[in-house]
Design a protein around this ligand. Structure first.
Ligand SMILES: Cc1ncc(COP(=O)(O)O)c(C=O)c1O
Length: 329
């Protein structure tokens, strides 16, 4: 029985959903949403704060500042609260309203930047704002998840070894790419050990991380409008780009089986399903995908009929949502 004194001290590291039984996919889904932050980002947040404290960059009077689409912000909010530190989260209008409420409930200041950058996203505008805050006073400490090596180190020392212990014969690993911390930490771990594991990055259509053209994206979490500094394609064997419509179809298919996962998980499962069908048709390789989040924070978006109708009209009709008759679709 774990007994803890800080919220970041608890994390479920050994839970997998067998998607063979659930969706007929030869895939085990490693669930990273069962901790007090509700997502995989707790690991990166804890590692970056621990390193900043060790290096003396973060001291009791510091104010942590970070650009986040929500989940890292929540993770930093709870660690900052547990340490009695202030935290300013710089986000944008795509951040789930529920995530903003969670951060505020944990005592964080949330600043929403609504000016779009040249790629039609918000990342560069958010980072510009973070830089200006840091220039305004030296109490501000920017952890910079897009370039901080402790972001991937967290997964190199935690996530990847945990998968390795559970699946020593692993053949394929699917990892969603946001900052690419999870991806690079896991990819480096298996590559350094010369393990025959195919590393497949899963990204959103419209993300520029692997050189795609920027496009409108409505689901926060995966994908970027500005290439993250951490990414290194030399460690990655393949990349799948998933349209948001497939992300949404997949989360609803999982929810129909009782598993309420978040948008990032829908993207990863959808990309993995497509890749496996192409590369291993009719076969059952030992394959794992990382599920970064759970679904409750998306109740106002990908699980909400009116949001779906507004942003993905025809798809809402296809999903046959309960109550769709009220909307006349
Ligand atoms: C829900 C969710 N999934 C996945 C990711 C991507 O993980 P990473 O930043 O390690 O690439 C993020 C964050 O950026 C996220 O918030």
């Amino acid at each position: 029985m774990p007994i803890i004194t800080s919220p970041q001290d608890f994390n479920v590291e050994d839970l997998y959903v067998d998607l063979g039984a659930v969706l007929g996919l030869p895939l085990h889904l490693k669930c990273e949403g069962f901790n007090f932050a509700g997502s995989v980002k707790l690991k990166a947040a804890a590692a970056m704060i621990e390193a900043a404290e060790r290096e003396g960059a973060l001291t009791p009077g510091s104010i942590i500042v970070e650009s986040s689409s929500g989940n890292l912000g929540i993770a930093l909010s709870l660690i900052a609260a547990s340490k009695g530190l202030r935290f300013v989260c710089v986000t944008d209008p795509r951040c789930n309203p529920a995530s903003m409420r969670v951060m505020r409930a944990l005592g964080a200041e949330v600043r929403v930047i609504s000016r779009q950058d040249a790629n039609g996203g918000y990342l560069e505008s958010r980072i510009g704002y973070v830089r200006s805050l840091c220039e305004s006073g030296d109490r501000y400490v920017w952890l910079n998840q897009y370039a901080n090596r402790n972001n991937w180190v967290a997964h190199h020392r935690g996530t990847a070894p945990a998968i390795d212990r559970q699946f020593p014969g692993l053949e394929v690993l699917f990892v969603g790419a946001g900052t690419t911390g999870t991806l690079m930490g896991c990819a480096r771990y298996f590559r350094e050990r010369a393990r025959p594991v195919t590393i497949v990055a899963v990204d959103a259509v419209g993300s520029v991380t692997f050189g795609g053209m920027p496009e409108r994206r409505m689901v926060p979490g995966l994908g970027t409008s500005s290439r993250p500094e951490l990414v290194d394609e030399a460690y990655i064997d393949d990349v799948v780009h998933v349209p948001e419509t497939d992300t949404i179809r997949t989360v609803h298919a999982l929810a129909a089986r009782g598993f309420l996962f978040g948008g990032s998980t829908g993207t990863v499962v959808s990309g993995a399903a497509r890749w496996l069908a192409e590369k291993y048709p009719g076969e059952r390789p030992v394959a794992v995908a990382i599920a970064p989040d759970l679904g409750e924070r998306y109740l106002d978006s990908i699980y909400e009929e009116s949001w779906l109708v507004e942003n993905f009209g025809e798809l809402a009709a296809e999903l046959d949502l309960p109550g769709a008759d009220i909307l006349g679709v």
